[in-house]
Design a binder for this molecule. Sequence first.
Ligand SMILES: Cc1cc2nc3c(=O)[nH]c(=O)nc-3n(C[C@H](O)[C@H](O)[C@H](O)COP(=O)(O)OP(=O)(O)OC[C@H]3O[C@@H](n4cnc5c(N)ncnc54)[C@H](O)[C@@H]3O)c2cc1C
Length: 365
Amino acid sequence: MINSEKFDYLIVGAGFAGSTLAERLANGLNKKVLVVEKRDHIGGNCFDRYNADGILVKPYGPHIFHTKIKEVWDYLNRFTAFNRYLHRVIANVKGKEYYFPINLNTMEKLTGRTFTPETMRAYFEEKRVRDVEIKNSRDVVVSQVGEEIYELFVKHFTKKQWGIYPEELDASVLQRIPVRYDRDTRYFDDPWQGIPVDGYHKLFENMLSSPNIHLLLRTDYKEIMDDVEFDRLIYTGPIDYYFDYAYGKLPYRSIRFQFETLAMERFQSAAVVNYTLDKEYTRITEFKHFYFQEHPATAVCYEYPCDEGEPYYPIPREANRGIYEKYKAAADKLKNTYFVGRLAEYKYLNMDQAVKHALELFKRL
Ligand SMILES: Cc1cc2nc3c(=O)[nH]c(=O)nc-3n(C[C@H](O)[C@H](O)[C@H](O)COP(=O)(O)OP(=O)(O)OC[C@H]3O[C@@H](n4cnc5c(N)ncnc54)[C@H](O)[C@@H]3O)c2cc1C
């Protein structure tokens, strides 16, 4: 019975932020922790599970772990080993496949010319739009690589992803179009990357295995908050929900995921193929690439970005930042209550950043 116990910490959310803090407080400081999670599973958006056909899939889309932060890498390696998966993304443009980020191979296939790093730089120098005052994401891209690359790889893909064209998006969203002046086909150049060998779910199980941690699934924290005794609250849910939307709802972009199992061993040449020009979906993910799973069938997932649904991507606009700042000011005034993670900070965080923020908060506590 949780309501007869007293907890040192109540943690809302069992994603990377909540699980890292629960683990550190329970194992590092011997604190009694109650983790409340409204979904029926741990792991937040990084959760994975076997589908009905026995293929390991990710219900909230692909997650590739990659980091430059040694502290985070060492920390997570206490709970899992990572496999040697290296992320490569293919862009499907008018039915032809190109490596993305754009590299020497991409440019050669696109133009039929041969490039060296120097001639590729000269090519973009010639193509880029000069003397443009950077006001939005379109300006950012055309000032670096010119109109053609913008049109083929960025304009329509961004419209699908965000629902608006790059000229309506803050310059900060596409700060830099990733271009490589070599033949490195990896998507990330971080020194540490991979996928947990036994999947993400197992990683979270290991993080939350302390007898000091009590886990309550399928429960919104507001349902139990008044019935539980605790000293401090760590909140990793949406910050606007915490304050009952007092300053308005913070907008998010969501995604509808459509899953299929196909009777073939392999469907596509990379784990993720982006459709930059046509199709309603932004990308197709084939999960077996991540896990090196052997299975006679394969599972794929189509992503359709949309406005309604689970909150995935905070929409980076000046007005939204203004709303968030009001919530942040209210949060800073609270005693013994801490906000951390992508929903509580209203900020896109990679997994390693979510863990890093949680470890930083732990140090402060
Ligand atoms: C489509 C997509 C792809 C991504 N791909 C990558 C990638 O390849 N690499 C990478 O590094 N990062 C990736 N990310 C980012 C990654 O998902 C986040 O860094 C990570 O999930 C952040 O962890 P978190 O704990 O802050 O949030 P979450 O994982 O969202 O955890 C928050 C938890 O709080 C729970 N919660 C919310 N409200 C309540 C409530 N009222 N009561 C109880 N529980 C509640 C939620 O159910 C959730 O489980 C991706 C994100 C998305 C959306």
